[in-house]
Ligand binder design. Structure first.
Ligand SMILES: [Mn+2]
Length: 369
């Protein structure tokens, strides 16, 4: 059955979403040995494809999107999904759980972002390359493919939950959009909890409207209201909280507020507010740079003065007591980045960042499975 899934051509086995042939293939083989006890690419593809048969029945799925084309300062988040899976599965043989499915990775063409930026002949060439079919109706750019895959996923498994691993934060655009539109169709009232050092509320960056600094702006219309977007941990912004809240109608909780008031008070305030609005389910988007750079500096834009992992987890555990989390993503983990200027004051990287990311990912798995 899985060969006939409409989304099958846009996906590849876990770890293969970074397009390499020989370079760095050891890392992929290691992961495939761990999950499938096999490293021969053709055999891996067959075994993985067979697991897609369970798509309609699983409660939790994982999708990797190895795209950092929407980033723009330091790239490298395309390696996030491979490294995160390695640490996730080393600790927890989740892939053996029949309620869980690793959908694999999107087949990313690393130079592309969204199909709307492409002309017809480029789309045709890429369709030939990816699908061996110039007139295929399938999209070819990572953000477009991700949206299409998730739309189909929710159609096939309306109760299914997905954790998306990025990738730069532009990947949250299709992940959150597909989730919000699905929940709207299901008449479910949902809210977005967004952890980040930055607001990601630009309208565009250098003329490109979908990127790591602007994705939130373009999903707001799909929320029940703009005030169903809560941004936590903001601290690096040219404008103050009032500017963003007034211009966009969203709610922000800057890092200094966490320091002044503590997690307990802020989480209670948000929970009361969510209840007042009748929110039923929550999506959490987590940019790893929400964390302080001493805990996570292997990322494109590490920032000092951030939240600690423990603070984020106490917030999230409190949230989980009151609401079900039905969608989540973890973005901007870039394992090969280690800013040399900060070397002296940080823990060894990328282990520190991966360890921090792992705690957040474990929380998602634990609360969504
Ligand atoms: Mn971000």
């Amino acid at each position: 059955m899985s060969q006939h899934l409409p989304i099958r051509p846009m996906l590849c086995p876990p770890g293969n979403g970074v397009y390499t042939v020989n370079t760095a293939k050891e890392r992929k083989e290691e992961l495939h040995q761990l999950i499938y006890k096999e490293s021969d690419p053709l055999k891996v593809e067959k075994i993985w494809e067979k697991t897609l048969d369970n798509l309609k029945d699983v409660s939790l799925s994982l999708l990797g999107v190895c795209s950092d084309c929407g980033g723009g300062i330091h790239r490298g988040a395309n390696w996030g999904p491979l490294f995160l899976r390695q640490s996730l599965y080393a600790l927890n043989p989740l892939y053996k759980n029949s309620n869980y499915l690793d959908l694999g990775d999107i087949r990313v063409i690393p130079h592309l972002l969204h199909d709307k930026y492409l002309n017809d002949s480029t789309i045709k060439n890429c369709r030939r390359s990816l699908y061996n079919d110039e007139i295929s109706p399938l999209p070819v750019s990572p953000l477009s493919q991700t949206e299409e895959v998730l739309k189909s996923f929710y159609k096939l498994n309306p109760q299914g939950k997905v954790i998306t691993l990025g990738g730069d934060h532009s990947v949250s655009y299709p992940a959150v959009k597909a989730y919000l539109q699905h929940k709207k169709n299901e008449n479910k009232k949902v809210a977005l909890i967004h952890f980040d050092a930055h607001t990601d509320l630009l309208h565009e960056r250098l003329g490109i409207d979908l990127c790591f600094g602007s994705w939130v702006t373009h999903i707001l219309e799909d929320l029940p209201g703009h005030d169903f977007c809560y941004q936590l941990g903001i601290r690096s912004s040219g404008k103050d909280r009032g500017h963003w809240e007034k211009s966009f109608g969203i709610q922000q909780f800057w890092n200094y507020e966490f320091q002044d008031q503590g997690v307990k008070k802020i989480s209670q305030f948000i929970i009361d507010d969510l209840k007042k609005k009748g929110v039923e389910e929550i999506y959490v988007s987590f940019d790893i740079d929400a964390l302080d750079e001493t805990e996570a500096s292997a990322t494109g834009t590490p920032e000092p003065g951030g939240l600690k992992v423990d603070e984020c987890l106490s917030f999230l555990y409190r949230l989980k007591e009151e609401f079900s989390i039905t969608g989540a993503d973890l973005m901007e983990v870039a394992p090969f980045l280690n800013m040399p200027t900060q070397k002296a004051k940080i823990n060894p990287e990328p282990q520190a960042t991966l360890l921090a990311a792992q705690s957040i990912l474990n929380f998602f798995v634990e609360s969504m499975l």
